[in-house]
Design a protein around this ligand. Structure first.
Ligand code: FAD
Ligand code: ZN
Length: 500
């Protein structure tokens, strides 16, 4: 935080003070297990034949094999055990994706779509017998329509490129997350990514007006419409948002753009407790459009300060909770609101960024999560539960972890306004216990919370597949299976992901 930062509430503060394992050992839910015995066993010869046909269709340059496949394509950000796929497909157009899938379908060949491979659920990790289909060559922004306030893009465009193109046109693409420089818009949509602005703008699902999707048999569903209202039959487009590459491959999208907010304020607030945080959030929302409310428990912030030791801490002392807030409002008014909140005992201290550099400095504290894989052995959770119970749940969770592993190191944080609690347990602090034991402990506790979900935004992929029945009924899973069967009868798309 540089010296220009406006420190607010200095006077009132006192007064107010009062790499993951490959195997998933979770319970195999009966409801999630499907009949597979009737499928003929695939051999290496089947895969070789499929790859040969793919090479004939896409050319040598479009199909890489063996050592030519970059190692980064062997796994994703989840750190799931890597595997070199049988081939890497690099189609240049929707027509080539279609041709590739038609061939794979004919050969019963498993296909794993890959975007930027920043997913946290292992959804883009191949098995040795799969082919990976990369969207990296579908990387054009095709059109920006100012009247409709839309952008039409190919799936492989990076999120950051979309954001920049919107900004250059004086507009905002509202989806934002730490992996913006690496993740692709197709991956964001396939994962229904949430991120930092969900509170105001909703997740990826709400940013998509039209989609082009290639189905398993190679047929192309093009609904690149720019309509806000469109009630003509089932909304097929939304079926593919969040389907994690299991129902179709997204090749193009029409994205909704927003007006740019007029006066964005970024503030870091120290809070006495969880309930105060929620009350502050609601108070701020009553006066301003709030786009981000990122809550960080003390252990998270202590780690952030420790890892950024070279920089001056934006707030002195340590406090039970911190919220990084972004909202649209005038600085003076926001300072007034914070002072009132401090008088009401909701806020202990606060700092308002006075420049873009200040704001980036505050966000850097929250975005230490990008360093987790190199500094920790992260066991990540992405839980969704009603906002009001998150604080008590986090305490129960911490107590249960402490009873089992007194030395455990756990970091609690999250997009709390979106009902989303993240928890990262450092695998090095649990005395060599399998990560699945931590999963079991946390998910069993979560199951006691009515209406909770094991994934708020990262998806199910491979890592959470066997826990799906903790938050979806047998009937819901059976309906998912029927949809999968209807769209991908030979189960070639992202085999083994989401549904076992
Ligand atoms: P990938 O990881 O390549 O793929 C994700 C899934 O989508 C896989 O199942 C894959 O098979 C499938 N897929 C990819 N492209 C396509 C396509 N074109 N068609 C069909 N299926 C496809 N997520 C959040 O929601 N909120 C956050 O705040 C957030 N922060 C993050 C911060 C960091 C530092 C990192 C590394 C990740 C974060 N994520 C977050 C995870 C997030 O899901 C991904 O970053 C992103 O949405 C995935 O995009 P990707 O292009 O990397 O997809
Ligand atoms: Zn998140």
């Amino acid at each position: 935080m540089n010296a220009a930062a406006a420190r607010v509430l200095a006077a009132s503060a006192d007064a107010a003070a009062g790499p993951r394992e490959g195997a998933v050992d979770g319970p195999q839910a009966d409801a999630a297990a499907g009949p597979r015995a009737d499928r003929p066993a695939r051999t290496a010869a089947h895969t070789d034949a499929a790859v040969q046909a793919l090479r004939a269709a896409l050319g040598d340059d479009g199909v890489l094999t063996g050592e030519a496949i970059p190692e980064r394509c062997h796994t994703d950000w989840s750190g799931h055990a890597p595997a070199r796929p049988a081939a890497l497909l690099r189609p240049r157009s929707t027509a080539e994706v279609s041709r590739a899938l038609a061939i794979c379908n004919e050969h019963g060949q498993g296909v794993v779509p890959q975007g930027g491979r920043t997913g946290m659920a292992g959804g883009a990790v191949p098995r040795p017998e799969d082919v990976v289909l990369s969207l990296e060559r579908l990387n054009r922004i095709e059109e920006l329509d100012p009247a409709a306030s839309t952008m039409t893009v190919q799936a492989g465009v990076l999120l950051e490129q979309v954001q920049q193109a919107a900004a250059e046109a004086g507009l905002l693409f509202a989806l934002d997350l730490g992996a913006r420089g690496s993740c692709q818009i197709g991956g964001n949509i396939a994962a229904n990514a949430g991120g930092l602005n969900v509170l105001r703008y909703g997740p990826a699902r709400d940013q998509v007006l039209g989609l082009e999707v290639v189905l398993a048999d190679g047929s192309v569903l093009t609904s690149l419409r720019k309509l806000i209202k469109d009630n003509a039959g089932y909304d097929l487009r939304q079926l593919f948002v969040g389907s994690e590459g299991t129902l179709g491959i997204i090749t193009r999208a029409v994205l909704k753009l927003q007006p740019r907010p007029r006066s964005v304020q970024t503030l870091l607030v120290a809070l006495p407790g969880f309930d105060a945080a929620v009350r502050l959030l609601r108070r701020l929302q009553a006066s301003y459009p709030v786009s981000a409310f990122e809550l960080m428990w003390q252990d998270f912030m202590r780690t952030a300060f420790e890892w950024q030791a070279g920089r001056r801490a934006p707030l002195a002392g340590t406090h039970p909770f911190y919220a990084l807030v972004e909202l649209d409002g005038e600085a003076d008014a926001v300072q007034g609101t914070l002072a009132e909140a401090a008088d009401a005992g909701l806020v202990l201290d606060a700092v308002l960024a006075a420049s873009l550099a200040d704001a980036r400095g505050l966000w850097a504290l929250r975005e230490i999560t990008g360093e987790f894989p190199t500094r920790l052995e992260p066991i990540n959770f992405d839980l969704s539960l009603p906002v009001g119970v998150i604080g008590a749940f986090a305490e129960r969770c911490r107590a249960a972890l402490s009873r089992r592993w007194p030395q455990h190191r756990s970091l609690f944080f999250g997009h709390v306004g979106d009902s989303n609690l993240h928890l990262t347990v450092d695998g090095r602090s649990i005395a060599g216990a399998p990560h699945a034991e931590v999963d079991a402990l946390v998910y069993e506790l979560l199951r006691e919370v009515p209406g909770a979900s094991i994934s708020a935004e990262h998806g199910i992929g491979l890592l959470k597949r066997d826990w799906l029945a903790h938050c979806r009924s047998a009937e819901e899973i059976a309906a998912m299976r029927r949809i999968k069967q209807a769209l991908d009868a030979r189960a070639i798309l992202n085999p083994g992901k989401v549904l076992a």
